[in-house]
Design a protein around this ligand. Structure first.
Ligand code: HEC
Length: 110
């Protein structure tokens, strides 16, 4: 009986250790653009606005007026932002994440 107990405990702790690894692989498959936006951008762009420069919000009309029409354009803005915006290079926000954020912006703020 005692031996059975030890085996059970050992198996349980093994599955607990395996869990974080499983989460990592899942994260790599699909990036949550919304979560990344909240993490990196929402401080200055709450709900797609712009607290620094109200003329440059993230809604479709403002973006189009400033020549930003595709995911690529949004990513380009992160890599090479205008005055007052934090620069996000590929180290801060890898391409896949940047694209997920761009997709989120273009489909969310209208
Ligand atoms: C420190 C504040 C700040 C943060 C953080 C920030 N931005 Fe900005 N953002 C700005 C400012 C200020 C501008 C206007 C810059 C200019 O004059 O070109 C801007 C402009 C933009 C524009 C162009 C909007 C337009 O209408 O022309 C896009 C797209 C954009 N930001 C995306 C992002 C994304 C994506 C993130 C997160 C990865 C982010 N920003 C994080 C301050 C910020």
């Amino acid at each position: 009986m005692k031996k059975f107990h030890i085996v059970t405990v050992a198996m349980l702790s093994m599955s607990v250790m395996a869990a974080p690894g499983f989460c990592e692989t899942k994260k790599a498959e699909k990036i949550d653009g919304k979560a990344k936006f909240e993490q990196h951008c929402a401080s200055c762009h709450p709900k797609g606005g712009n607290i620094v420069n109200a003329q440059k919000s993230l809604n479709k009309k403002a973006l189009a007026a400033n020549g930003i029409k595709s995911e690529k354009d949004v990513v380009a803005k992160m890599r090479n932002p205008g005055p007052g915006m934090t620069k996000f290079d590929a180290k801060a926000v890898p391409d896949k994440e940047a694209t997920a954020i761009a997709k989120y912006i273009l489909t969310t703020f209208k």
